[in-house]
Design a protein around this ligand. Sequence first.
Ligand SMILES: *Cc1c(COP(=O)(O)O)cnc(C)c1O
Length: 236
Amino acid sequence: MTIANRLESLHHRLPPGVTLLAVSKGQPSQTIEQAYAAGQRRFGESRLQEAEPKIRALRQRCPGLEWHFIGQLQANKVRPVAKAFAWIHSLDRISLAQRLDRIAGDEGRCPQVLLQVKLRPDPNKGGFPPEQLTAHLSTLAHLSHVKLRGLMTMAPLGLELDQLHHLFSDCRQLAQQLRAHLPSAVAMDFNQLSMGMSRDWPQAVGAGSTIVRIGNDIFGPRWPAGAHDLCGDTCT
Ligand SMILES: *Cc1c(COP(=O)(O)O)cnc(C)c1O
């Protein structure tokens, strides 16, 4: 199957109103162009170093691309991420939120931001514990440049289908609770749930996801994390 076929089949299976984010990490820019030619405009990347040259290379050739940062956000990368990406799915600390807000103001940007939440123990993943989100909600609601759009979550490996459904439903309920406590101008746009990847998107969509982040099911296997850097080191 071609990339265009896979995109088409996903669009057939996704309910209307669910946004398909094509996760292009580990894929070269030529592959992104193929998806672009098939109509895909929103792409997710998780490593700034890898994403920047691709974003630069495609700026002229593929107008209208919308880049989403989905990887762990480091404090020293906030500025370049805010400059290169329209959306950030992985804001997971209050200090980062304040830093991003200040930098976004400097740079004249208004990033669309999803708060990453950790609903189950998972040593490999970041995320606000839910009680921290509740505690910091008013600080978050008063950021002036960051546009709060909703929650993002990732499931730990090894959950059964019904456990996945529970986890994603918990995320939807938490988003509803938070939304009820936000000032109405902020609450209006706090309406997105970024949940579901290749292995679990049907369960996420069943629980109310509005953005699915899919790599493998569109592009097939990718280079492992750091492969490009490794090649850079050994090929010099
Ligand atoms: C890599 C990644 C995805 C996509 O995973 P696939 O299994 O390729 O669909 C989704 N979300 C995040 C945060 C990722 O890092």
